[in-house]
Design a protein around this ligand. Structure first.
Ligand SMILES: Cc1cc2nc3c(=O)[nH]c(=O)nc-3n(C[C@H](O)[C@H](O)[C@H](O)COP(=O)(O)OP(=O)(O)OC[C@H]3O[C@@H](n4cnc5c(N)ncnc54)[C@H](O)[C@@H]3O)c2cc1C
Ligand code: FES
Ligand code: FES
Length: 497
């Protein structure tokens, strides 16, 4: 294995700022999770419940960029990310929020409203809750235009608290009502609150790093060129973004890599542009960042975001990582197929553009060459009038798809002029429902057309039986999804962008 040594960072010399205290990373192996590392420092509030991103007992807050000048507290699953990825960064655990004699507002509300019984989940809950407490637009969103008190809705409190902030945290004994009461009772941060004050300054830069311990290396390259060179020179290296997939491999399947090249903060992969003819989304932007950056400009993606895992996962998971896994049940591919998106792939030889419809070649296989990275996703404009993302899963939130469908239907004078339908979970790769598209195109957008096309759609793909769903159920859900799309959009006056 060859590698590029870096100046200015030597093994053991780097530190993480944890609860305001610089703490050396030490000799932690490159695969040591942030959770294990924190607990090794004696910070045992964050717990391991599942080690695969499902329970949120390990939730901590980190400082992330929010534009050029500001930052925001962001809750993540510490069980999934390597500690080395947070070298030079700032982390706050439940211990850093408040003390027994001086509780943080979220801790106080959880205590007085009975939001904690055995307490196993509580440190994770308070970190997710605190990140939402500090969300910059939380209270602005709650204020109604006339200044009158807002009663919220079924997903938001009167204080603007978004319940989705807690969608990745599970509690097995308290019941969620008192936890929600605590969240909805939160006021504004005090004027002298140091964590609120921290958001008025930029996040720490992601400095280049080489951390080697136990013969394995973790490298944060200075730029995309260096990342691509390292990956070209080390074919077995793992390119790491949000680590929500790789972290599960490490924890559950004991995957280890001699070299991990982290690409999550490379500026070249984190640009977002909305132009007249295209929306271009950097591959290393997290789902949460893409959601904020697009701000509803791509309604199909907007309907996908809340259905993708939990807020904790979306704060780490990148759009490039979702495509990088090549999974047939990833949620973004069906949506991107419907949107006729392209991928920009980059390597030391330069960039090339591949339509998403040509990207997947087999089960977890794609046209991406070894060492090649996804730089960005391009969504062409204008968008179709009627779009939707339907995810059929066992749970409404925080679950993997049994079937996922992305729809983009364009009509002209009430007749379907273009239909693009992406499917996940019904074949070895995400696929286009081309027979159904043909059954819709050139016909009126009517219940009759949809009934006939739904029968065709039930025959798309080669669904199989597994622990999530039977093949018959998957087929039935395809037809139902199209009928539901029509029932939700009986006329052709859908949303355009
Ligand atoms: C609890 C839980 C729930 C989940 N729920 C969902 C869900 O609802 N829907 C869903 O689709 N997924 C879900 N996932 C899977 C996962 O979160 C997504 O696939 C996520 O988008 C992966 O992104 P990442 O940045 O974390 O990838 P990483 O784990 O960092 O990397 C995953 C793979 O992609 C490669 N990769 C990363 N970035 C790039 C790039 N720019 N170019 C090329 N290759 C790259 C890596 O080398 C690696 O092989 C879930 C995962 C967990 C743990
Ligand atoms: S330990 Fe369950 S999400 Fe991390
Ligand atoms: S208080 Fe026991 S798991 Fe939540």
């Amino acid at each position: 294995m060859s590698s590029t040594p870096r100046n200015g960072t030597v093994d053991g010399s780097v530190s993480l700022t944890v609860n305001g205290v610089a703490t050396p990373l030490g000799e932690a192996p490159a695969y040591t999770t942030l959770l294990d590392w924190l607990r090794g420092q004696g910070l045992t509030g964050a717990k391991e419940g599942c080690a695969e991103g499902e329970c949120g007992a390990c939730s901590v807050m980190v400082v992330r960029p929010d534009g050029d000048d500001r930052s925001r507290w962001t809750a993540i699953n510490a069980c999934l990310v390597p500690a080395a990825a947070y070298a030079g960064q700032e982390v706050v655990t439940s211990e850093g929020l408040g003390t027994v004699d001086d509780l943080h507002p979220v801790q106080r509300e959880m205590a007085v409203r009975g939001g904690s019984q055995c307490g196993y989940c509580t440190p994770g809950f308070v970190c997710s809750m605190a990140a939402e407490f500090y969300r910059p637009d939380r209270t602005r969103a709650a204020a109604s235009p006339d200044g009158a008190a807002d009663d919220g809705d079924h997903e938001h409190g009167p204080n603007g608290f978004d319940l989705h902030a807690l969608s990745g945290n599970l509690c097995r004994c308290t019941g969620y009502r008192p936890i929600r009461d605590a969240a909805y009772a939160l006021g504004d941060a005090a004027g002298d609150d140091p964590l609120a004050e921290r958001t008025s300054r930029p996040a720490p830069a992601a400095e280049p790093l080489r951390h080697t311990a136990a013969d394995r290396s973790f490298v944060r390259p200075a730029d995309l060129d260096e990342a691509l060179r390292l990956l070209a020179d080390n074919p077995d290296a793992v390119a790491l973004a949000g680590s929500t997939d790789w972290g599960v491999e490490v924890n559950i399947r004991s995957a280890r890599a001699d070299l991990v090249v982290v690409i999550d903060r490379l500026p070249e992969l984190r640009e977002l542009h909305v132009r007249d003819d295209v929306v271009e989304i950097g591959a290393a932007l997290t789902l949460s960042e893409v959601e904020r950056g697009l701000d509803g400009r791509v309604p199909l993606l907007d309907s996908l975001f809340p259905q993708f895992a939990s807020r904790l996962i979306r704060n780490g998971a990148t759009i490039g990582g979702n495509l990088g896994t090549g999974s047939p049940i990833g949620d973004t591919p069906p949506a991107l197929l419907a949107l006729e998106a392209d991928l920009v792939l980059t390597s030391p030889d330069g960039d090339r553009v591949v339509p998403v419809s040509d990207y997947f070649t087999g089960y977890r296989e794609s046209v991406r060459r070894p060492g090649e990275l996804i730089r960005s996703v391009r969504v062409p404009l204008p968008l179709s009038q009627i779009t939707a993302f339907h995810k059929i899963a066992k749970r409404r939130f925080d679950d993997i798809s049994s079937v996922a469908v992305g729809f983009a239907i364009q009509t002209d004078g009430g007749v379907v002029s273009k239909a693009r339908i992406g499917l996940g979970g019904v074949a070895a790769t995400p696929i286009r429902a081309t027979a159904t598209e043909a059954a819709l195109e050139g016909r009126p957008w009517s219940a009759e057309t949809v009934a006939a096309a739904a029968a065709v759609m039930r025959g798309e793909g080669t669904p199989m039986d597994d622990h999530r769903a039977s093949a018959a159920y998957r087929s039935a859900m395809l037809g139902t999804a199209l009928r539901r799309l029509h029932s939700d959009n009986p006329t052709t006056e859908g949303r355009t962008a």
